[in-house]
Design a protein around this ligand. Structure first.
Ligand code: DX5
Ligand code: ZN
Length: 224
Protein backbone atom coordinates (compact mmCIF):
# COMPACT_ATOMS: atom_id res chain seq x y z
CA UNK A 1 0.00 0.00 0.00
CA UNK A 2 1.37 3.43 -0.86
CA UNK A 3 1.98 5.95 1.92
CA UNK A 4 -0.15 9.04 2.27
CA UNK A 5 1.60 11.88 0.47
CA UNK A 6 2.18 14.85 2.75
CA UNK A 7 2.47 18.59 2.23
CA UNK A 8 5.10 20.43 4.24
CA UNK A 9 4.86 24.20 3.83
CA UNK A 10 8.20 25.92 4.37
CA UNK A 11 7.88 28.86 6.73
CA UNK A 12 10.87 30.48 5.03
CA UNK A 13 8.31 32.23 2.83
CA UNK A 14 5.90 33.03 5.68
CA UNK A 15 5.41 36.49 7.13
CA UNK A 16 7.50 36.44 10.32
CA UNK A 17 5.63 39.40 11.73
CA UNK A 18 2.61 37.10 12.04
CA UNK A 19 4.26 33.70 12.09
CA UNK A 20 1.75 32.22 14.54
CA UNK A 21 -1.16 33.12 12.27
CA UNK A 22 0.68 31.76 9.24
CA UNK A 23 1.14 28.44 11.04
CA UNK A 24 -2.53 28.28 12.03
CA UNK A 25 -3.49 29.02 8.47
CA UNK A 26 -1.63 26.03 7.02
CA UNK A 27 -2.76 23.70 9.81
CA UNK A 28 -6.42 24.58 9.23
CA UNK A 29 -5.99 24.22 5.47
CA UNK A 30 -4.80 20.60 5.76
CA UNK A 31 -1.02 20.78 5.67
CA UNK A 32 0.63 17.80 7.36
CA UNK A 33 4.07 18.97 8.48
CA UNK A 34 5.82 22.30 9.11
CA UNK A 35 9.14 22.60 7.29
CA UNK A 36 11.63 24.78 9.17
CA UNK A 37 14.69 25.98 7.25
CA UNK A 38 17.67 26.61 9.49
CA UNK A 39 20.52 28.46 7.75
CA UNK A 40 23.80 29.55 9.31
CA UNK A 41 25.38 32.03 6.89
CA UNK A 42 28.21 29.53 6.23
CA UNK A 43 26.85 26.39 4.60
CA UNK A 44 24.47 28.73 2.77
CA UNK A 45 24.81 32.53 2.59
CA UNK A 46 21.71 33.39 4.59
CA UNK A 47 21.05 33.27 8.35
CA UNK A 48 17.52 32.32 9.34
CA UNK A 49 16.24 30.81 12.54
CA UNK A 50 17.38 28.72 15.47
CA UNK A 51 15.99 26.58 18.29
CA UNK A 52 14.16 29.49 19.95
CA UNK A 53 11.71 29.73 17.05
CA UNK A 54 11.37 25.94 16.85
CA UNK A 55 10.38 25.91 20.52
CA UNK A 56 7.83 28.67 19.93
CA UNK A 57 6.33 26.79 16.99
CA UNK A 58 6.12 23.60 19.00
CA UNK A 59 3.81 25.33 21.46
CA UNK A 60 1.64 26.67 18.68
CA UNK A 61 0.93 23.61 16.49
CA UNK A 62 0.15 19.90 16.56
CA UNK A 63 1.81 19.37 13.19
CA UNK A 64 5.19 17.62 13.30
CA UNK A 65 8.15 19.98 12.95
CA UNK A 66 10.50 19.04 10.13
CA UNK A 67 13.76 20.82 10.83
CA UNK A 68 16.09 21.12 7.83
CA UNK A 69 19.57 22.05 9.01
CA UNK A 70 21.52 23.87 6.31
CA UNK A 71 24.41 24.46 8.68
CA UNK A 72 28.05 23.53 9.02
CA UNK A 73 29.12 21.50 12.00
CA UNK A 74 25.61 20.11 12.63
CA UNK A 75 26.70 17.93 15.57
CA UNK A 76 27.09 21.01 17.80
CA UNK A 77 23.45 21.95 17.30
CA UNK A 78 21.59 18.63 17.16
CA UNK A 79 20.78 18.57 20.88
CA UNK A 80 19.53 22.16 20.84
CA UNK A 81 17.00 21.44 18.09
CA UNK A 82 15.93 18.17 19.70
CA UNK A 83 15.32 19.94 23.02
CA UNK A 84 13.36 22.62 21.19
CA UNK A 85 10.95 19.99 19.85
CA UNK A 86 12.05 18.89 16.37
CA UNK A 87 10.14 15.80 15.21
CA UNK A 88 12.30 15.29 12.13
CA UNK A 89 15.90 16.47 12.09
CA UNK A 90 17.71 16.49 8.76
CA UNK A 91 21.36 17.25 8.20
CA UNK A 92 23.19 17.76 4.94
CA UNK A 93 25.51 15.05 3.71
CA UNK A 94 27.80 17.81 2.41
CA UNK A 95 28.06 19.47 5.84
CA UNK A 96 28.75 16.40 7.92
CA UNK A 97 32.05 14.73 8.72
CA UNK A 98 30.69 12.04 11.07
CA UNK A 99 27.32 11.36 9.56
CA UNK A 100 26.84 7.96 11.16
CA UNK A 101 27.43 9.34 14.65
CA UNK A 102 25.09 12.26 14.08
CA UNK A 103 22.31 10.04 12.76
CA UNK A 104 22.63 7.81 15.82
CA UNK A 105 22.55 10.87 18.09
CA UNK A 106 19.27 12.00 16.52
CA UNK A 107 17.68 8.55 16.63
CA UNK A 108 18.74 7.93 20.22
CA UNK A 109 16.55 10.89 21.19
CA UNK A 110 13.54 9.34 19.46
CA UNK A 111 13.57 11.92 16.68
CA UNK A 112 13.30 10.96 13.01
CA UNK A 113 16.68 11.24 11.35
CA UNK A 114 17.10 12.55 7.84
CA UNK A 115 19.94 13.20 5.43
CA UNK A 116 19.69 15.77 2.68
CA UNK A 117 21.53 15.69 -0.64
CA UNK A 118 22.30 18.77 -2.71
CA UNK A 119 21.43 18.61 -6.41
CA UNK A 120 25.01 17.66 -7.39
CA UNK A 121 25.39 14.89 -4.80
CA UNK A 122 24.73 11.38 -6.10
CA UNK A 123 22.50 8.92 -4.29
CA UNK A 124 25.23 6.32 -3.86
CA UNK A 125 26.93 8.35 -1.10
CA UNK A 126 24.15 7.01 1.13
CA UNK A 127 24.98 3.33 0.49
CA UNK A 128 26.51 2.71 3.91
CA UNK A 129 24.08 4.78 5.98
CA UNK A 130 20.76 4.27 4.25
CA UNK A 131 19.60 1.48 6.58
CA UNK A 132 19.76 3.88 9.53
CA UNK A 133 17.67 6.64 8.02
CA UNK A 134 14.03 7.60 8.53
CA UNK A 135 14.00 10.23 5.81
CA UNK A 136 15.97 11.22 2.72
CA UNK A 137 15.60 14.83 1.61
CA UNK A 138 16.36 15.39 -2.05
CA UNK A 139 17.11 19.04 -2.80
CA UNK A 140 15.50 20.11 -6.05
CA UNK A 141 17.14 23.55 -5.88
CA UNK A 142 20.48 24.65 -4.49
CA UNK A 143 19.81 25.37 -0.82
CA UNK A 144 19.77 28.90 0.51
CA UNK A 145 16.72 30.65 -0.88
CA UNK A 146 13.03 30.21 -1.48
CA UNK A 147 11.43 30.92 -4.83
CA UNK A 148 13.89 29.12 -7.13
CA UNK A 149 12.99 26.88 -10.07
CA UNK A 150 12.76 23.11 -9.74
CA UNK A 151 15.82 21.36 -11.24
CA UNK A 152 14.39 18.85 -13.77
CA UNK A 153 17.01 16.10 -13.16
CA UNK A 154 15.47 15.67 -9.70
CA UNK A 155 12.69 13.61 -11.27
CA UNK A 156 15.21 10.92 -12.33
CA UNK A 157 16.87 11.06 -8.94
CA UNK A 158 13.55 10.49 -7.16
CA UNK A 159 12.69 7.57 -9.42
CA UNK A 160 16.09 6.00 -8.79
CA UNK A 161 15.81 6.47 -5.05
CA UNK A 162 12.34 4.95 -4.99
CA UNK A 163 13.71 1.90 -6.83
CA UNK A 164 16.72 1.62 -4.49
CA UNK A 165 14.44 1.64 -1.42
CA UNK A 166 12.25 -1.01 -3.03
CA UNK A 167 15.20 -3.24 -3.90
CA UNK A 168 16.62 -2.96 -0.40
CA UNK A 169 13.26 -3.48 1.28
CA UNK A 170 13.50 -0.06 2.89
CA UNK A 171 10.24 1.42 1.72
CA UNK A 172 9.43 2.67 5.21
CA UNK A 173 12.01 5.43 4.64
CA UNK A 174 10.26 8.63 3.61
CA UNK A 175 11.41 10.51 0.53
CA UNK A 176 11.13 14.29 0.80
CA UNK A 177 11.69 16.83 -1.95
CA UNK A 178 12.48 20.49 -1.35
CA UNK A 179 12.57 23.42 -3.75
CA UNK A 180 10.47 24.71 -6.62
CA UNK A 181 7.43 22.54 -5.87
CA UNK A 182 4.33 24.22 -7.33
CA UNK A 183 0.76 23.38 -8.26
CA UNK A 184 1.78 22.64 -11.83
CA UNK A 185 4.58 20.15 -11.07
CA UNK A 186 3.52 18.53 -7.79
CA UNK A 187 1.79 15.59 -9.52
CA UNK A 188 4.90 14.69 -11.51
CA UNK A 189 7.17 15.05 -8.46
CA UNK A 190 4.96 12.97 -6.20
CA UNK A 191 4.46 10.44 -8.99
CA UNK A 192 8.25 10.07 -9.27
CA UNK A 193 8.42 8.96 -5.64
CA UNK A 194 8.30 11.89 -3.23
CA UNK A 195 6.26 11.22 -0.07
CA UNK A 196 6.72 14.64 1.57
CA UNK A 197 6.50 17.71 -0.63
CA UNK A 198 7.98 20.91 0.73
CA UNK A 199 6.53 24.09 -0.74
CA UNK A 200 7.42 27.58 0.44
CA UNK A 201 6.69 30.33 -2.07
CA UNK A 202 4.03 28.31 -3.91
CA UNK A 203 1.96 28.37 -0.72
CA UNK A 204 2.86 31.50 1.21
CA UNK A 205 3.20 33.79 -1.80
CA UNK A 206 -0.05 32.52 -3.33
CA UNK A 207 -3.06 34.82 -3.38
CA UNK A 208 -4.92 32.22 -1.34
CA UNK A 209 -2.50 29.96 0.55
CA UNK A 210 -5.25 27.81 2.07
CA UNK A 211 -6.85 27.16 -1.32
CA UNK A 212 -3.42 26.24 -2.71
CA UNK A 213 -2.88 23.64 0.03
CA UNK A 214 -6.33 22.21 -0.61
CA UNK A 215 -5.66 22.02 -4.34
CA UNK A 216 -2.30 20.33 -3.71
CA UNK A 217 -3.98 17.80 -1.42
CA UNK A 218 -6.59 17.06 -4.08
CA UNK A 219 -3.89 16.44 -6.66
CA UNK A 220 -2.01 14.16 -4.25
CA UNK A 221 -5.11 12.23 -3.23
CA UNK A 222 -5.64 11.23 -6.87
CA UNK A 223 -2.17 9.66 -6.90
CA UNK A 224 -2.50 7.61 -3.73
C1 DX5 B 1 15.77 26.20 0.26
C2 DX5 B 1 14.92 25.70 1.40
C3 DX5 B 1 13.53 25.41 1.00
C4 DX5 B 1 12.76 26.62 0.52
C5 DX5 B 1 11.84 26.16 -0.55
O1 DX5 B 1 17.08 26.26 0.67
O2 DX5 B 1 15.46 24.49 1.93
O3 DX5 B 1 12.81 24.71 2.01
O4 DX5 B 1 12.00 27.25 1.52
O5 DX5 B 1 11.22 27.25 -1.09
P1 DX5 B 1 10.39 27.16 -2.44
O6 DX5 B 1 9.28 26.18 -2.24
O7 DX5 B 1 9.92 28.55 -2.63
O8 DX5 B 1 11.33 26.72 -3.54
ZN1 ZN C 1 14.20 23.23 3.26
Amino acid sequence: MSKQKKIAPSILSADFWKLGEDIELIENAGAHIVHVDVMDGHFVPVITIGPLIVRALKARTKMPLDVHLMIENPSSHIDGFIDAGADYLTIHYEASTHLHREIQQIKAAGVKAGVSLNPHTPLNVLDDIIHDLDLILIMSVNPGFGGQSFIPNTINKLKQLKQILKNKNLEHIEIEVDGGVKLDNIAEIAGAGADILVAGSAIYKAEDPAATIKEMNEILSKLN
